[in-house]
Design a protein around this ligand. Structure first.
Ligand code: ADP
Ligand code: MG
Length: 348
């Protein structure tokens, strides 16, 4: 059995899993497929833990919440449909269970046993966030115009026409996450050394969006919190040294989708930000990841990485993925010899 390495100082690591690391690109959406994909993901994560990283996980929930919305709608005649924020909580349980069962087995096999603890998390958003005035995040299925009118009246939804695909879709606001309510407790647990025994799974799908009411009560709201933004917030709140955003491409590319596309390897925050402002990264896909890694390194994070699950190990060693440092503080990439390019570097 492989031996676990001694814990490494400053190695608290937050990994955000995107839809692909959870479900697989060619999956049929069945549970069996999800398990198969997670098994592969869990092996890579377990290796990082065995190498001495103190792992915390977060994940997206787009497809899961989409399915739960559809189920709620189809069953509405028999079972009252829950509000969307409750479905967010359900998705944290669903995905959390999948991660817990596969990752704990992989950790055992890697000789680094841990309890995997998925939490139902709440993320506070500002009710005055401009996103509430212009909901723009499409969720769920497409409707006819007549259905859209009916849902607008009966459920108070906002629906927008999608001229490209044809049909109407519900849109919800995507406000910025302001505060993750359970962060102080998880931080205290990790600072007390619990990271040696547990892997917390936090703010899944960005966490359940809540707004603060009078007397300190919190109320759920129908909104979508971007999981990449929430990942940066969680990594900062937990004092992580490294944030890794795992997606279905080996990194962020410039001239993406053109013959001259090129993956970015090691890159400064300044350069990445310039490219972001030049519109190099897809809105709603790569742009929020780039914003998240910039947010993290500019608020004290040591380094941030965007990569795919197969490259995780090499990315953590500085040999793959798009790796970002803040040029204003000395980081590992400043003093280190420049590593040879690996997969996820050079031409895309
Ligand atoms: P996730 O589920 O991991 O959040 P997304 O689909 O939201 O995944 O984002 C990843 C996708 O971003 C890639 O599959 C790619 O198609 C797209 N993308 C847009 N612009 C870029 C870019 N400049 N470099 C790399 N990928 C990009
Ligand atoms: Mg995404």
């Amino acid at each position: 059995m492989p031996r676990e390495r001694a814990p490494l100082g400053g190695r608290r690591l937050l990994v955000a899993l995107g839809g692909n690391a959870l479900q697989g690109a060619r999956g049929t959406g069945t549970w069996t497929d999800a398990v198969r994909q997670m098994r592969r993901t869990a092996r890579a994560l377990a290796r990082a833990v065995a190498d001495g990283h103190e792992l915390v996980l977060t994940h997206g929930n787009g497809p899961q919440v989409g399915n739960l919305l559809r189920e709620a709608e189809l069953g509405a005649a028999e079972v009252p449909p829950p509000p969307m924020f409750v479905l967010d909580a359900e998705s944290e349980g669903q995905v959390g269970y999948l991660i817990a069962s596969e990752l704990s087995a992989a950790l055992d096999r890697a000789g680094a046993p841990r309890s995997v603890l998925p939490l139902v998390c709440r993320t506070e958003v500002d009710p005055r966030d401009p996103a509430f005035r212009i909901p723009d995040k499409p969720v769920g299925r497409y409707y006819t115009r007549a259905d859209a009118d009916r849902l607008r009246r009966s459920r108070g939804w906002t629906l927008r026409e999608d001229a490209v695909r044809g049909g109407w879709r519900r849109v919800v606001p995507s406000p910025r996450p302001r505060r993750w309510l359970e962060a102080p407790a998880v931080r205290a647990a990790l600072d007390a050394g619990l990271g040696r025994r547990c892997v917390f799974v936090v703010t899944g799908g960005g966490g359940v969006p809540v707004v603060r009411e009078a007397r300190g009560r919190y109320r759920g709201v129908d909104a979508v919190i971007d999981k990449d933004r929430a990942a940066a917030l969680a990594a900062r709140a937990l004092g992580c040294g490294t944030l890794v955003i795992v997606t279905d491409v080996p990194g962020a590319a410039v001239a993406f989708g053109t013959p001259s596309a090129r993956w970015l390897g090691e890159v400064s925050a300044g350069e990445l930000d310039r490219r972001r402002r030049a519109g190099e990264f897809g809105a709603g896909t790569m742009a929020p990841k780039v914003e998240a890694v910039l947010d993290f390194v500019r608020h004290g994070g040591r380094r941030a990485i965007i990569t795919d699950i197969g490259s995780l190990g090499r990315a953590l060693e500085g040999r793959a993925g798009t790796r970002v440092r803040d040029e204003n503080r000395p980081g590992p990439y400043r003093t280190r010899r420049r590593a040879a390019p690996g997969r996820g570097e050079g031409r895309a």
